[in-house]
Design a protein around this ligand. Structure first.
Ligand code: BTN
Length: 252
């Protein structure tokens, strides 16, 4: 069962487990708006009835098999124009936690913040920020990680069980992720943006290597940079192009 985390300073000091809920992001958002839940509180469930994905998609997850949870952060120190660093912090925490599960897994980040194993999506992240003037008042970090699901309905997705052939310890992975989110978040708070960005780039699928993209038509390109707003710079036969979140797809 999910316990209050002992090896963190503020993250996971309150873990709210709900056997069922519509969406942990929605529950966390409600808690932030209607109560004084402290930064670091976590909402976790075994059964999401209406899990939210990126781009208005739904997030499906087999009951009890995977990790579906949301963290409440209050990054008032972060300028709204730097909010992409929350994606960087979360992606790095998951990437490094999965590498600890099994060292030879080929884990990568797919821009902006999916996590791939062997080029298939194993984890999705949905970050919802509430801005107040020139500060980020709250950030809900929603994480859906396929752990022990054996039947994956999409050929582009996978689970840890599928790649390793054995069950993984969900609770241990959850605790590792929380510990590492706190670690990278504190780096961000200290102003260590350069190092965070460097680690993100080094682990990015398609960084300085040719991969297939789709925008109007398919093309081969290489990522050469991500700017502070999180836009991706790609070089290809069409020259250098800057893409925002919904403007390009990867063909995996
Ligand atoms: C994606 O589309 O890749 C993002 C998926 C995010 C899913 C997680 S599951 C826990 C949290 N609650 C939600 O409703 N969504 C996120």
């Amino acid at each position: 069962m999910y316990k209050i985390l002992a090896n963190t300073l503020f993250l996971g000091k309150e873990v709210i487990y709900l056997p069922t809920c519509h969406s942990t992001n929605e529950v966390a958002q409600d808690l932030v708006s209607k109560t004084d839940k402290p930064e670091g509180s976590i909402v976790i469930t075994d059964h999401q009835l209406n899990g939210k994905g990126q781009r208005g998609n739904i997030w499906q997850s087999e009951v009890g098999k995977n990790l579906t949870f949301s963290l409440i952060l209050k990054p008032e120190f972060l300028k709204p124009e730097d909010q992409f660093y929350l994606n960087i912090v979360t992606s790095l925490a998951i990437l490094h936690s999965l590498r600890e599960v099994q060292a030879d897994l080929q884990v990568q980040i797919k821009w902006p913040n999916d996590i791939l194993i062997h080029k298939k999506k194993v984890c999705g992240i949905l970050i919802e920020n509430r801005l107040g003037g020139s500060v980020i008042n709250s950030s809900i970090i929603g994480i859906g990680l396929n752990v022990n699901q054996q039947q994956i309905p999409y050929s582009t997705a996978t689970s840890l069980h599928e790649v390793m052939g054995v069950e993984a310890d969900k609770v241990l992975i959850f605790e590792r992720i929380i510990h590492k989110v706190e670690y990278y978040y504190r780096m961000l708070k200290r102003g260590d943006k350069k190092e965070l960005k460097k680690m993100y780039m080094e682990n990015l699928y398609g960084y300085k290597t040719s991969v297939k993209f789709f925008s109007d038509s398919e093309f081969l390109g290489q990522i050469i940079d991500i700017d502070d707003q999180g836009r991706m710079m790609v070089t290809s036969q069409f020259g250098e192009q800057l893409f925002g979140f919904k403007e390009v797809l990867f063909v995996l």
